[in-house]
Design a protein around this ligand. Structure first.
Ligand SMILES: Nc1ncnc2c1ncn2[C@@H]1O[C@H](COP(=O)(O)OP(=O)(O)OP(=O)(O)O)[C@@H](O)[C@H]1O
Length: 653
């Protein structure tokens, strides 16, 4: 749904039936744009009208953005009382209870770490257990194994045996590294993304007291994007249901998170797992014109899987999607931004346009062109604000102020200062471990880092401001600016990001909460800087675009090698997921879908996009749109109507 739109329409019969369902558990199987979000919002309204206490409704989403959007729409529809509905991501929901009852879950204070930290920690574990062995899986692969096994609720050994070709000895060594990794994590009181769900699921299923407490907390559990739940998330829902009723909404054709262990069969096997559950369908699409759905329907029909989807448009007919081909990236980018500028000059707000990209990297030419033409934009899924080096430097101080056992944070913070190398830092960290009193830490720092008095001062200042994150950042910036100015040539540009941080922190109650929010659900630089500006173009990765829409959508890089992505070719499941990624992308458009691509692929320049692979010596079937009938597209792709590609019929025939 377009952000901040107020619903002025009536639900159709399918939606009403779903929203007012008064039976037990329900699965709402719905195609793109059929109003899943609207139906969930209407369901909450229905429950409230039946005097269900808002506090006993739980609404789980996959992203913070989706939760925010739901909260806003619930409020618009049903008013203030919806503020009492618990609406958040799976991770936030679980974390809230881990924090509330740490003893019952068996966890104390903790800091959430992101993938970069996981990699660093894994590198240390790999180095200790395996040493130098180029043949042994790299740290990134090990982090993936670790995460995938847990999200699919398997032991590491089980997972490795089933899904990799490693021999028994390697499996044992990998298990050893992962055990060392776990130990390091616990020593530093770190939690990674998956720990949150795992610990919650474990407590829920293995601790009867806890389960009874949790089960009694909610009467209705509403789940958005059910197709993206992984087995661990399913275990959580399963543990919370009965007497609580599940109301799960999903679309198997939009499942694009298999790489995180999501299993869209959770949708298919719902009625087998949840006895007596009913399946309701939503099939009328309210978002797009039929021509956009025709191309999307065609794409799904080519699949060997039966998605059983044939979306029809409530809005009727409009323009056909267009396919534009350029000889290179820059040309593609310039065309898009010129088109945008012309539309804006013609009176269309920037916000009505969305540019979808496969990856942040794949949009760099467009981003550059937007900047050059001064077009305001927000890049959702772009370069993460908290990932840039200078921001990480500053955050290292906040991290150690918040959790003094945070060894990675200390290593970064200490080595920023002159004459403190990794060895010295390691010695200081050794002294600090096990000490939790801030004044004692401060005196060790003062004693050990005499040449850099600001190092301890900055720490002391932040510790005092743990519950005033904005002021803590101001203090940290003040103390660290001379240091960072020297480190970065382009400090003027970088320092602007720190201002952004201060602004973001304003909304949070503690440093811990601030760090946690953006570690769990990262925010991009341009998203942070344009958070409050409404009239901007949205540049967005397809994965982040799920659940959103715009009147005009430009879909970048629609060309062989991208759909399916070359890396997925050969793996049937992955190829199929790629089809769903393209499907999600296409179905975001309300009025106009403009697909663009470049004609360079693997060095081969071929004039027509649907013949690249043949020219590059590759199987043309590997491009999803190679057989797309020309009549489904607008005028820019005259392939099927090519006047030179028709036998001439004699007038005598
Ligand atoms: N009954 C209705 N009448 C008119 N418009 C509707 C109706 N229901 C939903 N819409 C509109 O249709 C669009 C799609 O709705 P929504 O975003 O809820 O769909 P969705 O099923 O969540 O889509 P997706 O899964 O593709 O993200 C929105 O613009 C919404 O305002």
């Amino acid at each position: 749904m377009g952000q901040n739109e107020t619903e002025t329409y009536q639900l159709n019969d399918e939606q009403r039936k779903a929203a007012q369902f008064d039976g037990g558990h329900a699965l709402i199987l719905a195609g793109a744009g059929t109003g899943k979000t609207s139906t969930i919002v209407a369901r909450v309204d229905h429950l409230l009208s039946r005097d269900v206490d808002a506090r006993r409704i739980l609404l789980l989403t996959f992203t913070r953005r989706a939760a925010r959007e739901m909260r806003l729409r619930m409020m618009q529809r049903s008013g203030e009382s919806t503020k009492l509905v618990s609406a958040g991501t799976f991770h936030n929901f679980c974390l809230q209870f881990l924090r509330r009852w740490p003893d019952l879950f068996g966890c104390g204070a903790l800091s959430i770490i992101d993938r970069d930290d996981q990699l660093q920690l894994m590198k240390l574990a790999r180095g200790t257990i395996v040493g130098k062995d180029a043949q042994f899986p790299k740290s990134a692969e090990l982090v993936n194994y670790y995460s995938y096994a847990r999200n699919t609720n398997r032991t590491i050994a089980e997972y490795l045996k089933q899904f990799t070709e490693h021999d028994e000895e390697t499996i044992q060594r990998i298990t050893g590294v992962l055990q060392d990794y776990t130990k390091r994590k616990l020593d530093c009181r770190y939690f990674d993304y998956d720990d949150i769900l795992q610990l919650f699921a474990k407590g829920l299923h293995q601790n009867n007291v806890l389960r009874e407490k949790l089960k009694r907390r909610f009467d209705h559990i509403l789940v958005d994007e059910m197709q993206d739940t992984n087995p661990l998330q399913w275990l959580i829902l399963d543990g919370l249901r009965d007497p609580a009723k599940l109301f799960c909404v999903g679309d198997d054709a939009q499942s694009i998170y298999a790489f995180r262990g999501a299993d869209f069969k959770n949708v298919h096997s719902f009625t087998d797992r949840v006895e007596g559950a009913q399946v309701l369908r939503l099939e009328e699409n309210f978002r797009s014109y039929q021509e956009i759905l025709d191309v999307s329907n065609w794409l799904l029909k080519q699949s060997p899987l039966d998605y059983n989807k044939n979306l029809h448009a409530a809005r009727g007919r409009g323009d056909k999607p267009r396919m534009l081909e350029f000889s290179e990236d820059l040309e593609e980018a310039d065309w898009i931004t010129e088109d945008l500028a012309a539309r804006h000059e013609g009176g269309t707000p920037w916000a009505e346009h969305m540019i979808l990209t496969r990856t942040a990297f794949g949009a760099r030419h467009v981003e550059a062109s937007l900047v050059m033409k001064d077009i305001p934009y927000r890049f959702v899924g772009g370069t993460q604000l908290l990932h840039s080096a200078h921001v990480k430097d500053l955050l290292s101080l906040l991290r150690v102020a918040d959790n003094s056992a945070d060894q990675l944070g200390w290593m970064r913070y200490l080595t920023l200062w002159p004459r403190i190398g990794e060895k010295t830092a390691a010695t200081i960290i050794g002294k600090l471990m096990g000490i939790s009193r801030a004044d004692m830490i401060e005196s060790i720092l003062t004693e050990r880092t005499k040449a850099n008095p600001r190092l301890a001062e900055a720490f002391a200042a932040c510790v005092k401001l743990l519950d005033r994150p904005q002021q803590a950042i101001t203090a940290a910036v003040d103390k660290m600016t001379p240091l960072l100015e020297k480190k970065y040539d382009d400090w003027d540009r970088r320092s602007k990001d720190l201002k952004l941080l201060e602004r973001l922190a304003e909304k949070h109650a503690t440093i811990g909460e601030f760090l946690e929010t953006y570690t769990l659900d990262p925010i991009s630089e341009s998203e942070a800087s344009n958070e409050d500006d409404q009239d901007v173009v949205t540049l967005i990765t397809v994965h982040s675009a799920k659940g959103t829409e715009a009147p005009v959508c430009y879909l970048l890089g629609v060309q062989p090698g991208n759909y399916p992505h070359v890396r997925s070719i050969g793996d049937d499941d992955q190829e199929e997921e790629e089809r769903r990624v393209l499907y999600v992308a296409m179905t975001r458009a309300k009025n106009e879908l403009i697909m663009t691509g470049t004609s360079r692929y693997q060095g081969a320049f071929v004039p027509y996009h649907n013949r690249y692979f043949a020219a590059a010596g590759t199987n043309s079937q590997l491009y999803f749109l190679s057989d797309l009938p020309g009549h489904l597209l607008g005028d820019d792709l005259p392939f099927d109507d090519d006047p030179f590609d028709e036998p001439i019929r004699s007038y005598r025939d």
